[in-house]
Design a protein around this ligand. Sequence first.
Ligand SMILES: CC(C)(COP(=O)(O)OP(=O)(O)OC[C@H]1O[C@@H](n2cnc3c(N)ncnc32)[C@H](O)[C@@H]1OP(=O)(O)O)[C@@H](O)C(=O)NCCC(=O)NCCS
Length: 175
Amino acid sequence: MFEIEAERPEHGPAIEALLDLSFGPGRYAKAAQRLREGNTAVPELCYVAFAGEGAERRMVGALSFWPVVIGGVPGLMLGPLAVEPQLRGKGCGIRLMEKGLADAKKLGYRLVILVGDAPYYARVGFGPVPPGRLTMPGPVDPARLLYRELDIGAFGQAKGPIVKARDAASPHPER
Ligand SMILES: CC(C)(COP(=O)(O)OP(=O)(O)OC[C@H]1O[C@@H](n2cnc3c(N)ncnc32)[C@H](O)[C@@H]1OP(=O)(O)O)[C@@H](O)C(=O)NCCC(=O)NCCS
């Protein structure tokens, strides 16, 4: 019942409306947002989900992934993920994540983190980061900082701050 497509520029306004509806204005205050500001989502890993037929067809879900360095290991941050309220609980969120994680693995990414509800994300293989192992650029409930390996063993090398990939690459990250 859902069709997943690559995000295109014309989807932008509908995605923003869906994120506002799903998270409210507080979405810009989250620690995860610090890793998105001044960063660019991986274009091949931005998705929208459509539902309905003909004139009823509309965008009902969105997911993006962001390049970060996770305690020294290049990887991705998953999210935001949002599904239109009327169509929640029908598998759209899981399908978006399964597609994105499979594509990320094909692109060679080894490790993914996110901030979210552990019981939900456990369904696609995420587990809790051991306390103190990784730090976000802002306060986060440690129970909500989750990771998933795309390459077995990748997490073993990860320790320290999670930063935007471009900051890790720059000798002068403050600029
Ligand atoms: C979270 C969200 C993306 C899930 O999308 P969805 O398409 O409804 O999810 P799915 O249909 O793939 O999965 C639904 C299942 O996950 C469960 N689930 C959904 N959110 C959950 C949560 N926060 N914690 C635990 N389980 C959750 C549902 O109870 C349902 O369980 P069931 O299959 O046993 O009935 C959607 O509810 C949403 O957009 N919420 C608002 C924005 C948000 O919170 N985004 C995630 C940030 S952490």
